[in-house]
Design a protein around this ligand. Sequence first.
Ligand code: PY5
Length: 303
Amino acid sequence: MIEKVDYIWMDGEFVRWDDATIHLLTHSLHYGLGVFEGIRCYSTKDGPAIFRLTDHMRRLLRSAKIHLITPKYSAEELVEVTKELVRRNGVDACYIRPIMYLGYGEMGLNPLNCEVRTAIAIWPWGTYLGEEGLKHGVRVRISSFRRLEPNIIPHAAKATGQYINSILAKVEALQSGYDEAILLNSHGYVTDGSGENIFQVRDGVLTTPPLSSGALEGITRDTILTIAGDLGYETREADLVRSDLYIADELFFTGTAAEVVPIREVDGREIGEPGPITRKCQEVFFSVVHGELERYRHWLEFV
Ligand code: PY5
């Protein structure tokens, strides 16, 4: 169950949590066209700080552009409102969910005349794949569902409806006894997890699928590419096939909800306990988000 806080921001107003309701005939509910973000605020010794907030809001606006949703607020305005929402709710660590959706008014498939609604909710959310997964790694399977692609539904946008694809993969993985799914594109290349990017480590080199594979332009992915490069590791964006995962020295997921999570098994092939590079990336990542490393403080937006 979601843990309640006091306020949700909706179209310019701070609304009480239980009053943050919408009409049944909200366009986005019926056809799944809306765009959203997932962001985290972490506690630091200098107070709550939102990790790469501006980068997330910019991605939200790029998602809107892809789907011809005209934003009512600029990235700067959304940044300010998010900080105010965190302040008003008096929390110091939380997950942040901005969403732009099409409201009540029109029901045809032409969305261009629909009213664009904007809301931001926050709530305390522990790590998505569990504490155990964070420490010892999760078990994953390759999904029988293929990742949607640019000429079906553009994967570059983070749109609500495209998560049906992720949900099919996630549920299939859970029902067959795994923790998470990895999706391939229709050419057989690895894209990402249902809600995470993926990194493979072999002979000390980190490889993550390129954005053209169908992977989301993850902000945690970019963070890890930067950190790993700064640590002196070679990083590559290159296509991977499923057997590249089976024979990896190390594998891990990255994402806002999931954070940095080791993978210990793929389709019954053991990868094992988290390796040294995974551990190092995880350790540095958590120091970065908690504001302990001066070099990366520019990624923190203090409320
Ligand atoms: N790939 C997919 C399909 C995602 O949904 C996400 C984020 C990522 C990669 C990682 O991107 P980033 O590092 O920018 O977060 N997923 C959301 C999240 O908040 C929703 C998960 C339930 O992590």
